[in-house]
Design a protein around this ligand. Structure first.
Ligand SMILES: *Cc1c(COP(=O)(O)O)cnc(C)c1O
Length: 397
């Protein structure tokens, strides 16, 4: 039987069974639910989108997948070029993988091997932010035992967590920069750590300080990429050395991620010396179905001017969602296509999912947070229905 994530199976409620899905709606046998969280923030065009379906069918007629080692094909070639064009500056060396977590691992390994290739053998530690979330993977390289794959990587790599505060970053870098390879952040919006928003001025300082102390800056845009904060990518505001995209990259169709490096990073690997090659290669990297649907998703995003839609969603949420009043609420936060209520006590959210379900909305709070990240195709009536669920839960019907 199926093992569900993040849950005690013995006490969990039976899951909601989905028969089919279309537009913003998930359909059960009994009725339909608006998906207010876009299937973990990925289904930005909603479900069963004819053009996206067709992109996959069209590719499927040719082939579903071929290994990326030694083989090339249009879908992953075209997507790598497209991402290079969309991202600012010289972020255009695209390494594919099958999930956001692996995409983050790729970025961190790239940063450590970057310094190893340049002769800085001690730059193996990493800096990250408190309350950050970068995925769920753990120890695969360490249990593996083939030095051909792992020679560029140290046995130990420590992690230091700081607040998104310039003074803390400067202090740590001034003390420890000789051991630090990279600072990794979820830029401006920390998702699974509680939808926390911080100012872009920290990223501007981080860019300057990382250059000053010879440390790479990595943006994990797995959640923020493709419009969620109101920008296509936060990397448009401040350019990192490496950026990771996932979740909405493939519009909720097939898991895939991209780790994109700038010229500076890439050039440290590009050499006559084979030991400087990047030793990583997920089985399903560059999957042709995933890349085809990603390309079509980007085409629709640009053609339909989604950034304008997200601006509208943001202003609607700012006008309505932020007005919800209750003594249980600690803070309400809105940015782009994301709105979150943080409560003082997690118990204030017990039963929220069922309440939303009865009102025709699919939602799943976590810890002290309930939030919405709707598909961008949502209309006013549907968005209002979501906002009303939160309003009625906190203010009474
Ligand atoms: C979801 C998420 C990940 C992990 O992606 P998976 O595809 O679930 O492995 C990594 N970083 C951030 C910021 C995320 O939100």
């Amino acid at each position: 039987m199926l093992w569900y994530p993040y849950q005690q199976l013995k006490t969990m409620k039976p899951p909601v069974h989905i028969e089919y899905a279309e537009g913003v709606y998930l359909h059960t046998k009994e009725g339909k639910l608006i998906d207010s969280v876009s299937s973990w923030w990925s289904a930005i065009h909603g479900y069963n989108h004819k053009e996206l379906n067709y992109a996959i069918k069209d590719q499927l007629e040719k082939f579903a997948h071929v290994m990326q080692g030694g083989l090339s094909h249009n879908a992953s070639n075209d997507l790598s070029i497209k991402l290079g064009q969309l991202l600012p500056g010289d972020l255009n060396h695209v390494f594919f993988s099958d999930s956001g977590s692996v995409g983050v691992e790729v970025a961190l390994k790239m940063a450590i091997q970057y310094y190893n290739n340049l002769g800085y053998k001690n730059k193996t530690d990493l800096l990250a932010l408190k309350h950050s979330y970068h995925g769920d993977t753990f120890k695969t390289m360490q249990v593996g035992n083939d030095s051909d794959y792992h020679s560029a990587f140290p046995g130990k790599s420590g992690v230091i967590h700081i607040d998104p505060v310039e003074e803390q970053l400067e202090y740590i870098l001034s003390k420890k920069h000789k051991n630090i390879a990279a600072l990794i952040v979820e830029p401006i919006l920390q998702g699974a750590g509680g939808m926390r928003i911080y100012d872009k001025s920290f990223l501007e300082s981080a860019r300057i300080l990382c250059d000053k102390y010879n440390v790479l800056l990595i943006f994990d845009e797995v959640a923020t990429g493709f419009g969620r904060t109101g920008y296509m990518f936060v990397s448009e505001l401040v350019e990192p050395d490496i950026v990771i995209l996932g979740k909405a990259l493939t519009a909720g169709y097939i898991g895939h991620a991209a780790t994109i490096a700038n010229d500076k990073v890439f050039n440290a690997f590009y050499s006559e010396d084979s030991s400087k090659a990047f030793m990583h290669g997920p089985t399903f990297m560059g999957n042709a179905l995933a890349c085809s649907v990603a390309l079509k998703s980007i085409e629709i995003f640009l053609r339909e001017n989604y950034i304008e839609k997200i601006k509208w969603i943001e202003s609607y949420l700012k006008d309505n969602f932020t007005k919800i009043k209750s003594c249980k609420i600690k803070e309400i936060r809105v940015i782009g296509g994301c709105a979150c209520v943080e409560v003082y006590e997690a118990s204030s959210l017990e039963g929220f999912s069922d309440f939303a379900f009865k009102k025709g909305v699919w939602n799943r709070p976590f810890l002290n947070y309930c939030y919405t990240m709707p598909p961008y195709i949502i209309n006013q009536e549907e968005l209002n229905q979501i906002v009303n669920v939160f309003k009625e839960w906190f203010e009474g019907e």
